[in-house]
Design a protein around this ligand. Structure first.
Ligand code: PEP
Length: 251
């Protein structure tokens, strides 16, 4: 049975002190969640160690928003998977559209990052999604299929046990425009089929596929009711503990 997961991507928001307060509030609110729902927060790098301390004893897991594509060495400004592990992370987000768009993150680089993350024992939340031009050209299925194939087809069914996919249409991120439940569901079903073609039906059925893009308490229920939507990757609404937990209570 695949897991229901709600993950909060804080992006470049909050300072260390505010981030730790937010993590404590999330941990407190998370007590209301049923046992089967996984909750993850992804603060900025600087906050990770402090947030991991604040989350101790809670059911909230910790994710980074990115990792380096090298193990260690002369890569100024980069943060390795070993550093993330030692800061208390269980997960890292990879391939977020903002990293693809602003920092030249390619599928080839993502293969390296996913490999390093898995080798370090981190789970991966791999983001895929089309931009507005691609959607308007009717290429959304092809774009998501290619991104999945380019990255995940380099891994095994065993590796997939530690990989979660997040479908995030770029035109819906931070814009207030949510994909309709039907638009999201048809891409999620397509992603599951692409996974099934390579890894078989059992692995595909067991993989959690999250929706991201202006997901909030008012629309989470309808999205999460879709058969192939297993939760959400939440940006803006994850910065308020109550909204974040309300989303996680929407299954
Ligand atoms: C995101 O960037 O992962 C995201 C889903 O952002 P938002 O919820 O703010 O659209």
């Amino acid at each position: 049975m695949r897991k229901k997961i709600v993950a909060g991507n804080w992006k470049m928001n909050t300072n260390c002190q505010d981030g730790i307060e937010l993590a404590k509030a999330v941990a407190e609110e998370a007590k209301a969640l049923p046992a089967g729902t996984g909750l993850i927060v992804a603060p900025p790098f600087t906050h990770l160690f402090g947030v991991s301390e604040a989350l101790k004893g809670s059911k909230v897991e910790l994710s980074a928003q990115n990792c380096a594509d090298h193990v260690s060495g002369a890569y100024t400004g980069e943060v390795s998977v070993d550093m993330l592990k030692s800061a208390g992370c269980q997960w890292t987000i990879l391939g977020h559209s903002e990293r693809r768009q602003y920092y030249g993150e390619t599928d080839a680089k993502l293969v390296e990052k996913v490999r390093l993350a898995l080798e370090a024992g981190l789970g991966v939340i791999l983001c895929v999604g089309e931009n507005l031009d691609e959607r308007e050209a009717g290429r959304h299925f092809d774009v998501c299929t290619e991104q999945i194939k380019n990255v995940l087809y380099n891994f095994t069914g065993e590796d997939m046990k530690r990989i979660v996919v997040a479908y995030e249409p770029v035109w819906a991120i931070g814009t207030g425009k949510t994909a309709s439940a039907q638009q999201a569901e048809e891409i999620h079903a397509c992603i599951r089929k692409v996974l099934s073609d390579k890894f078989g039906a059992v692995v595909a059925e067991d993989t959690s596929i999250l929706y991201g893009g202006s997901c909030k308490p008012s629309n989470a229920k309808e999205l999460f009711a879709q058969p192939d939507i297993d939760g959400g990757l939440i940006g803006g609404a994850s910065l308020k503990a109550k909204d974040f937990i309300e989303i996680a209570l929407s299954f």
